[in-house]
Design a protein around this ligand. Structure first.
Ligand code: 13P
Length: 250
């Protein structure tokens, strides 16, 4: 069974609600006849209701960029899986390298968040990837293995069914340096191997692995044509409706 690709936008901390509305107004018609791939846009939390309203009736899904693992509680500034779900989100990004780097996200919190998202019925997009020093020290495989092993810990294949993984080499994020399709494919194979160990081969064969890191309209086709690459997680180039549509339609 071929895997349906997922093209995901991660807006990070960009756009106010009015700008989110403007984006959808321009973007939705550009992809209205596009049925080949799934599309999701993950705006900042404050934009979710504007984005969901503007995306209504289209095939563009909306997701969160982060969540807390508890259902509710005294956690100032946090949002739970059930809150994202109630707002109308279908997806959530977990463990982005920027959260690991700047906000103390660890392999263990990624695991807790993954469990919470799956429990709630959200489609988690779990991010893994090595930093430049790790790649240069030949530690990429170890890092990806550890991140997957710990993210997948104590989760059943049945529960994990909807999970998506995104391989985002940190040195390729926002730098204009893209991993070559070959290099990304190798990392994706390794991640698929870890998923096979954790959940079995049929699960791993069906699991989507996205590539993220300086994906642009110009390089999307070369990356997406790789057998191992099942979509993209796009930062900077997803902020502009034309550019994100060009990536979706690579
Ligand atoms: P860029 O596409 O801006 O490199 O960001 C990638 C990313 O971090 C998506 O989550």
């Amino acid at each position: 069974m071929p895997r349906t690709k997922l093209i995901a936008a991660n807006w990070k901390m960009y756009k106010i609600p009015d700008q989110a509305r403007d984006f959808f107004q321009a973007f939705v018609p550009l992809v209205a006849d596009h049925t080949r791939d799934e599309i999701v846009v993950c705006p900042p939390a404050i934009d979710l209701s504007a984005a969901l309203e503007a995306a209504k009736g289209s095939k563009v899904a909306v997701g969160g960029q982060n969540l807390h693992w508890e259902k509710e509680g005294a956690y100032t500034g946090e949002i739970s899986a059930s809150m994202l779900l109630a707002a109308g989100c279908t997806h959530v990004i977990i463990g982005h390298s920027e959260r690991r780097q700047y906000f103390g996200e660890t392999d263990d919190t990624v695991n807790l968040k993954l469990k919470a998202a799956l429990e709630a019925g959200l489609i988690p997009i779990v991010c893994v990837g090595e930093v430049l020093e790790e790649r240069e020290a030949n530690l990429t495989e170890d890092v990806l293995r550890r991140q997957c092993l710990r993210a997948f810990h104590a989760i059943s294949a049945k529960k994990a069914a909807k999970m998506v993984v995104a391989y985002e080499p940190v040195w390729a994020i926002g730098t204009g340096k893209t991993a070559t399709p070959q290099l990304a494919s190798e990392a994706h194979s390794l991640i698929r191997g870890e998923a096979a160990k954790a959940f079995g081969q049929p699960f791993a064969d069906a699991m989507r692995i996205l590539y993220g890191g300086s994906v642009k309209p110009e390089n999307a086709k070369a990356l997406m044509s790789q057998e191992e690459i099942d979509g993209a997680l796009v930062g900077g180039a997803s902020l502009d409706p034309k550019s994100f549509a060009a990536i979706v339609k690579y």
